[in-house]
Ligand binder design. Structure first.
Ligand code: ATP
Length: 275
């Protein structure tokens, strides 16, 4: 099963400062992560270990970045997988992959001299949908059961502390068993950025690019209502490509305007006109 966690052991050199906006999500996440950082005190007070945090929000809003920053913040090893990687034709394979992922997380932390590991599972609804509803697909049920077994097995006495961070856009279809205390008992909402957040994200993604002095990023933030962080990253990149094509050494306001249009056309963004 090579490749269960494709990005296994990769250093997630992402800090919370590299994520624009999302102040509420960052605050809630950091508060929860203190339980991982101050583990000895948590243990001595007999507090049940925090096992899972669920990031809930639309695509491209920075859930993966937040999980990476969480690993960095807690000095944990980081492993990432996607729910769809666990769903196989053959019964039992998905469950085996889940077991292997948890083992791999502990091994990676040990190898890197870390006391904890963050397992990030994107699109968790694919493996964690309500049981019995995937047209009676036994495989889904077994895979989800195995995830529950592994999370229940996390104990305060483990030498390597494991935290599972799940990401989804469909919390409504998750099996309620996943949301029970002791599993994903913290939920953090990761929404589309507001204007202030969009400005921060644009600043982050243009900080290493030559932007003309005339450019007012605040105007771009105004014009990008409904854009996710991923869309804004595309705007910055597309604007740089346009500058390159025009043999310009700087990115102008016009390049940025055209890039915004291009992203809207490309994505057919469902936007309400901004005021
Ligand atoms: P998905 O649900 O599609 O997996 P996601 O919510 O996990 O999406 P990310 O993978 O974290 O989104 O974001 C994709 C890219 O978009 C990032 O690599 C980054 O370039 C940009 N991005 C998204 N949100 C932000 C943000 N808040 N600040 C800075 N960059 C962002």
């Amino acid at each position: 099963f090579a490749g269960v966690a494709k990005r296994s052991g990769e250093e997630p050199l992402i800090s919370f400062d590299d994520i624009g906006g999302q102040d509420i999500a960052k605050g809630e996440l950091c508060e929860a992560l203190e339980f991982i950082k101050d583990f000895e005190r948590i243990k001595s007070l007999g507090i049940r270990p925090l096992k899972g945090i669920l990031l809930n929000g639309p695509p491209g809003t920075g859930k993966t970045l937040l999980a990476k920053a969480a690993a960095q913040f807690t000095e944990s090893a980081f492993l990432a997988a996607s729910g769809s990687e666990f769903v196989e034709m053959y019964v039992g394979v998905g469950a085996q992959r889940v077991r292997q992922l948890f083992k791999q997380a502990a091994n990676t932390a040990r190898r890197d001299n870390k006391k904890s590991a963050v397992i990030f599972i994107d699109e968790i609804e694919v493996l964690g949908g309500k049981r019995g509803q995937n047209s009676g697909h036994l495989e889904y049920d077994q895979t989800l059961n195995e995830l529950l077994v592994q999370m229940d097995g996390i104990s305060a006495n483990d030498t390597i502390r494991i935290l599972v961070i799940g990401a989804t856009n469909r919390v409504d279809i998750l099996d309620p068993a996943l949301l029970r205390p002791g599993r994903f008992d913290r939920q953090v909402k990761v929404d589309l950025p507001d204007k202030k957040g969009r400005l921060k994200i644009l600043e982050l993604h243009t900080r290493n690019k030559p932007v003309a002095e005339e450019v007012v990023l605040n105007d771009v933030a105004n014009d990008t209502f409904g854009f996710s962080g991923a869309h804004l990253e595309s705007v910055a990149n597309e604007a740089a490509i346009l500058a390159f094509r025009e043999k310009s050494n700087v990115i102008t306001a016009q390049h940025l305007r055209s890039a915004v249009e291009k992203v809207i056309m490309g994505e057919k963004l469902d936007r309400i006109p901004s005021s």
